[in-house]
Design a protein around this ligand. Structure first.
Ligand code: SF4
Length: 214
């Protein structure tokens, strides 16, 4: 997911939460479980689809008409994006992290060698990627207030922007005002992964650190 940093993230998050909290998840699940072949044909034929159609189209019944789904999906993708593939290269800045996430090797309690590149090393890595033809770089780091802070990100972005035209970020979540200097420095995108929308599973997967907060 690549979200441009142009909205107030607090408003967006609250807005999203409001919508999410009112989703009839149990009903949609039931709809997916009870969908028939006829329902799938009907949902596929609708010019504008609802959430209920979505539930029908991810049902077991829809599995039986996968070719049709793929065709429509391809048409929609081409309609919106054309025949374009955007390639990016991740550049890992730091594997320091204050969280423990059960699926991630950067987890705080994992006994691994911890490393944060200095700005010169970041530029050197960026140049190597540039020499290989990459013009779109994703700066990746764990979540740690001590290592990826105090102007470090801005400096990395500013130095890379001298020769990399497109820079996105995959870093710990911040408040809107904290993103502003990064946008000013030349970053144009933000990648955020939401590993699960199931609150129970979320708690099980995130065992400690600020990320555990729902
Ligand atoms: S917050 Fe991100 S980097 Fe840190 S442990 Fe979790 S998934 Fe890994």
């Amino acid at each position: 997911m690549n979200a441009m940093m142009r909205t107030d993230n607090r408003v967006s998050r609250d807005g999203f939460l409001q919508v999410f909290n009112h989703l009839p998840v149990a009903d949609l699940l039931h709809r997916a479980e009870s969908a028939t072949d006829v329902d799938v044909v009907r949902s596929l034929a609708r010019p504008v689809r609802t959430l209920e159609d979505f539930a029908v189209l991810i049902s077991d019944a829809a599995n039986r008409t996968l070719e049709n789904l793929c065709l429509q999906s391809m048409q929609l993708t081409q309609q919106r994006f054309g025949q374009v593939i955007r390639l990016f290269a991740p550049l890992y800045l730091s594997n320091e992290c204050i969280n423990n996430c059960r699926y991630c090797g950067f987890s705080r309690d994992n006994p691994i060698l911890r490393l944060t590149l200095n700005v010169d090393e970041v530029v050197q890595e960026g140049r190597m990627l540039h020499d290989q033809g990459f013009r779109n770089i994703l700066l990746v780091s764990g979540e740690h207030p001590k290592f990826v802070s105090n102007g470090y990100m801005e400096e990395c972005i500013r130095k890379l922007r001298a020769f990399i035209p497109s820079i996105s970020l995959e870093i710990g979540p911040m408040e809107t005002q904290d993103y502003m200097p990064l946008v000013s420095a030349g970053s144009e995108g933000l990648v955020v992964y939401q590993e699960t929308y199931d609150r129970t599973v979320y708690q099980e997967m995130h065992t400690s650190g600020p990320k555990k907060r729902l």
